[in-house]
Design a protein around this ligand. Structure first.
Ligand code: HEM
Length: 319
């Protein structure tokens, strides 16, 4: 009888695990047995790094978005050149930073739970912590992604010159709607952009506050100048995850053309106004949309690859 109930229990657990993987479901409890301290390890490394250099939070948040938008959240963007040509070489990824932060977290996680945790899950947790540590919302991160063994130079991320139609379409193609687009763009409440990316906007756009354009022109001269001079995406509070980004858009002080397109007499104007007045609505929609981004075509489950070095497929465990 004892044997029966024990086997029954084991089979029930196995069946529930199998059904989990078969449906590709992620779960916040995925590592509760195999790596119970995972979240506190990621949180403590992120806290140390961002207290020294808050700009790394922005770097990690962007890294997560650029990984997930291209073939799902599979940590393919973390791969260096090797058997595969690195996704880091794709033009929209050339200014993505923060890879060494993920390396630092990964080595702490490997020391605690060797071969258990995917790089894709570490990135999803680190992105959540980036937002939380700069004063933004927090959420429970569904886990259980596996890592890719390939990368793609075919990066279909929308560019900073996109108009509202192009932005909505790019997000719709991934199953994300205009509300997700508007909330997720609020990530630009932190971080920086380079002069070469926003020069056209500050000299040629009509929908820009003149004093703001003039201010930005001081460090981003016209013509083939210093393309790499940086400016904050949110001039008001660049290191705080708040709703100032939307307040800026209402004042026509968006740094990127694509930012200001969200408030340019179009279908998302009402959402920009809503988030500019209601920080809780923004926080709630941002957290929900981040979970949706984290669910983009993940490969999941116990069977699959987990890389012990996020930069290389040579160090993979298959389960
Ligand atoms: C809606 C379409 C989007 C476009 C067109 C876009 C474009 C850009 C561009 C051009 C930059 C500056 C890059 C440079 O100057 O080299 C940037 C920075 C950034 N983006 Fe986006 N982005 C978009 C959506 C997102 C989303 C959804 C997130 C995250 C959820 C995000 C997070 C960031 C962050 C945090 C930075 C600053 C990075 C840093 O300081 O290193 N972006 N984005």
């Amino acid at each position: 009888m004892a044997f029966f109930s024990k086997s029954f229990f084991t089979i029930a657990v196995l069946l529930s695990l199998l059904s989990c993987t078969a449906h590709g479901q992620l779960s916040p409890n995925f590592y509760s047995n195999s790596c119970p301290n995972l979240e506190s390890i990621v949180g403590s490394v992120m806290s140390q790094i961002t207290s020294r250099n808050p700009s790394m939070a922005a770097a990690i948040l962007r890294l997560f978005f650029h990984d997930c938008f291209v073939n799902g959240c599979d940590a393919s963007l973390l791969l260096d050149d090797g058997p595969v040509v690195s996704e880091k070489r794709a033009p929209p990824n050339l200014s993505v930073r923060g890879y060494e932060v993920i390396d630092a977290i990964k080595s702490r996680v490997e020391a605690a739970c060797r071969g258990q945790v995917s790089c894709a899950d570490i990135l999803a947790l680190a992105a959540r912590d980036s937002v939380r540590l700069l004063g933004g919302p927090s959420w429970s991160v569904p886990l259980g992604r596996t890592d890719s063994t390939s990368a793609s130079l075919n990066v279909d991320l929308p560019g900073p010159d996109s108009n509202i139609g192009g932005l909505i379409k790019a997000f719709n193609d991934k199953g994300l709607d205009a509300r997700d687009l508007t909330a997720l763009s609020g990530a630009h409440t932190i971080g920086q952009a380079t002069c070469g990316i926003f020069r056209n906007r500050i000299y040629n756009d009509a929908n820009i506050d003149r004093n703001y354009a003039f201010l930005r022109q001081q460090t981003c001269p016209m013509g083939a100048g210093p393309n790499f001079n940086l400016a904050p995406l949110d001039a008001t509070s660049p290191n705080r995850f708040d709703n100032a980004y939307y307040k800026n858009l209402v004042k026509r002080k968006g740094l990127l053309h694509s930012d200001q397109e969200l408030f340019n007499n179009g279908p998302t104007d009402w959402l920009v106004r809503l988030y500019s007045r209601n920080p809780a609505a923004f926080a709630n929609d941002f957290a929900n949309a981040m979970i949706k981004v984290g669910n983009l075509s993940p490969s999941t489950g116990w069977s699959g690859t987990r890389r012990s070095n996020c930069r290389s497929v040579k160090f993979s465990s298959r389960y």
